[in-house]
Design a protein around this ligand. Structure first.
Ligand code: C5P
Length: 409
């Protein structure tokens, strides 16, 4: 049973749903989970340290300035102890503090100092949840890599109806079971990924080339997101002015042919994401010297098709990655054309985007995509930062890989 002996640190926030933390602790203890808790000052208005300690059989940690608890266990070791940290309920105010990196008490300090996954369980009034500030904080926190469960739709303590109700202890428990099951599987597997990104350059002569506007940003963010999930990732990048972080393994190439060679060298991998805007054509031959203006023979302009790297990967019988992900940049009938492409290119997921939209896609910090799977199921992500979209794509890839679950929502 995958929850047995796991260590969970629960931060109990200030909200009427705080009492549900007790039910969750009871469920976890029944399944041999080690539970420690931090009770925030406002959480203490709703539940008592005594009731928590009675259930966890552990001291309830309270204030950062509590000399006794700091002597016993400091805020760093408390976060290192845990396999996972849960904040329950996560209030709107707590989300604000987390998104600006505040460290004003034990709970916020532990979270800021943490190197562990954090699950946030929001609970608040529907208006508070839907407020632009909260929604912006939600995006920021998802971008930082925090996990969320809920909130659910339902009747709230204040009597209003809508999205904002905290997920039930049962729902949280099922989430945790699934989370640890995937983590355990993941530890055993040690996945490898390759990502292609950027444009390619196809030279006509020593100074002129065919290329495109791609910045390589989206693929770069996907490689970072996969790496953040613990996947050994190699980025194969065409020429761009992007400055890459040092932590990522990067191979820079110029032409489509070089990109394909590098892809071949990187196999076998479990995941291949082809985000590169590969030039479809290349000159049949490259002139040794700069082509003169007056030249009559324009043979140098004869073009031939470049190899299709995505196609090579997805139809590679010997070393086909388990997940092959392609991109589909379209200017019309985006979904329809992308659904066609997923079949033609034989890939597992296709990321469709409308490149005719202003300030999106090529050379922009932002993108708007629809993630489509083989069965035609679609998850759309509205205009968001490319890093946010990358995290969402990486998570879907991993979920599919781990569970063979065909669901993408
Ligand atoms: O057919 P189309 O070029 O629209 O397909 C786009 C997808 O195919 C992208 O994932 C792109 O990285 C990949 N591709 C490739 N090699 C090519 C052309 C496209 O890997 N030569």
């Amino acid at each position: 049973m995958s929850l047995k002996n796991k260590k969970i640190l629960i931060v109990i926030g200030g909200g009427i749903s705080a009492y549900k933390a007790l039910d969750l602790i009871r469920l976890l203890k029944k399944n041999n989970v080690n539970v420690k808790t931090i009770l925030t000052k406002s959480g203490k208005e709703f539940v008592t340290p005594l009731s928590i300690t009675t259930l966890t059989k552990n001291k309830t940690f309270e204030d950062i300035f509590d000399k006794n608890s700091e002597a016993e266990i400091d805020h760093i070791s408390l976060s290192r102890w845990a396999d996972l940290i849960i904040v329950l309920p996560t209030t709107a105010n707590f989300m604000t503090k987390l998104s600006i990196g505040k460290a004003e008490d034990l709970a916020t300090t532990v979270l800021l100092a943490s190197n562990k996954d954090v699950l946030l369980v929001p609970a608040m009034n529907v208006r508070m949840w839907l407020h632009k500030a909260t929604q912006r904080n939600l995006k920021t926190l998802q971008d930082y890599g925090y996990y969320f469960i809920g909130p659910e739709k339902g009747e709230m303590a204040c009597g209003e109806y809508g999205e904002g109700k905290m997920s039930s202890p049962r729902q949280i428990y099922s989430y945790l079971k699934n989370y640890f099951h995937q983590k355990d599987l993941f530890k055993k597997k040690k996945f490898k990924a390759l990502v292609t990104t950027g444009p390619t350059r196809e030279y006509l002569d020593p100074v002129r080339y065919i290329s495109n506007e791609s910045s390589g940003k989206q693929g770069y963010e996907i490689a970072l997101a996969l790496k953040k999930l613990g996947i050994k990732t190699k980025l194969i990048a065409g020429p761009s002015s992007l400055i890459y972080s040092k932590g990522l393994k990067i191979k820079k190439i110029i032409s489509a042919k070089e990109m394909l060679n590098e892809v071949k060298k990187s196999l076998p991998v479990d995941i291949a994401v082809c985000a590169a805007a590969v030039s479809d054509f290349k000159p049949i031959s490259k002139s040794k010297n700069k082509i003169k203006k007056g030249i009559s023979n324009l043979d140098y302009m004869s073009l031939e098709k470049n190899p299709d790297i995505l196609d090579y990967l997805s139809k590679n019988n010997k070393a086909r990655p388990k997940m092959v992900v392609g991109f589909s940049a379209e200017t019309e009938n985006v979904i329809q054309n992308s659904k066609k492409k997923i079949k033609e290119k034989y890939c597992d997921l296709i990321i469709a985007n409308d490149v005719s939209k202003k300030d999106l896609g090529f050379n922009s910090e932002y993108n708007e995509v629809s993630i489509i799977d083989k069965k035609g199921r679609i998850k759309s992500i509205q205009r968001s930062k490319k890093s946010y979209i990358a995290n969402a794509i990486a998570k879907i890839i991993l979920d599919k890989l781990l569970t063979n679950d065909k669901n993408i929502n």
